[in-house]
Write a protein that binds this ligand. Sequence first.
Ligand code: KG4
Ligand code: ZN
Length: 338
Amino acid sequence: MVDTLLAIETSCDETSAAVLKRDGSVPVLSSLVVLSQDVHEVFGGVVPELASRAHLQTLDPVVAKALEAAHTDLDEIDSIAVTAGPGLVGSLLVGVCYAKALAAAGEKKMIGVNHLEGHVFAPLIGDPELAPPFVALLVSGGHTMLLDVPKWGHYRMLGQTRDDAAGEAFDKVAAILDLGYPGGPAVEKLAEKGEDRFHFPRPMLSEGFDFSFSGLKTAVLYAARDSDDLDRDRADIACSFQCAAIDVLVSKAIRAVKETGRETLIISGGVACNETLALAAKDRLGNLARVSVAPARLNTDNAAVIGRAGWFRLEEGTGSDAFLEADPRMPWPGLENA
Ligand code: KG4
Ligand code: ZN
């Protein structure tokens, strides 16, 4: 049985640690520390070598802070969950080596968690009643997937992106419009001031469950290039892009809900921080399905969700040993293609 679990996430540019403690039969989040590396900002994207160095420097103090905030110490921790992939190999290695050392020295249980499975568990932390079956729209900087989840630990892939991920499209549009990195929050903020005047294409809107965002991104590029006054048009371009991207994401999620007959839709991953997306999903689904979205700090990369997924895996009897490896292309356990 898991009682007190320490979770570690270092797959990309967030150094994060969290503690989860048992309260009756459910794990409760006791502390969460997320340190976002700002060294990448001037480069307009994550520089892998700098990311691993920063993880090396900050992981230990981040873990110490998470333990302190949870009023606990390493002796009380019985289990460790760590992101083992997918992600940047150097960054993953820092977390995996650290977790293995702690587990070996303290004879603790350990589980290497798939980062994407972590994202799917995000809404469960604040919504313990949430239970499969449901449809999951996983939208992050690296992935865009529509999944049918018949039960925890089992995922049926309905569709995924054929080119850019949704978050990547937000980031690239932000770069085109000179809004800085990461771009999602900046695009959303600017879009509030604009109108959907450009009517950008909705790629693959009525075709299956796969997504494509590169054509939409190119349409944005042309609109920005052809504008004779970008300062005037910037907010309208951001709004028009966001409307098109959200229309595609929500339309497909609704179709998935209808086809599977599921009564709940969860949205998770960094792009789930986009309030316009969550509102559109709730609005358009109406009474057809309940929409569950975690608070923003649990949707972007963080150790709490890795801890929640790891807790589930340990409780069902899965664990990792000292041979656990960082795997940048780690397969997702329980994922099958529809
Ligand atoms: O899940 P995440 O933290 O990292 C990955 O696993 O990729 O997602 C990061 C992505 C970035 O592309 C970022 O621009 C996007 O999530 N994002 C948003 C918003 N906040 C973060 N996209 C749209 N609207 C937002 N408010
Ligand atoms: Zn992520």
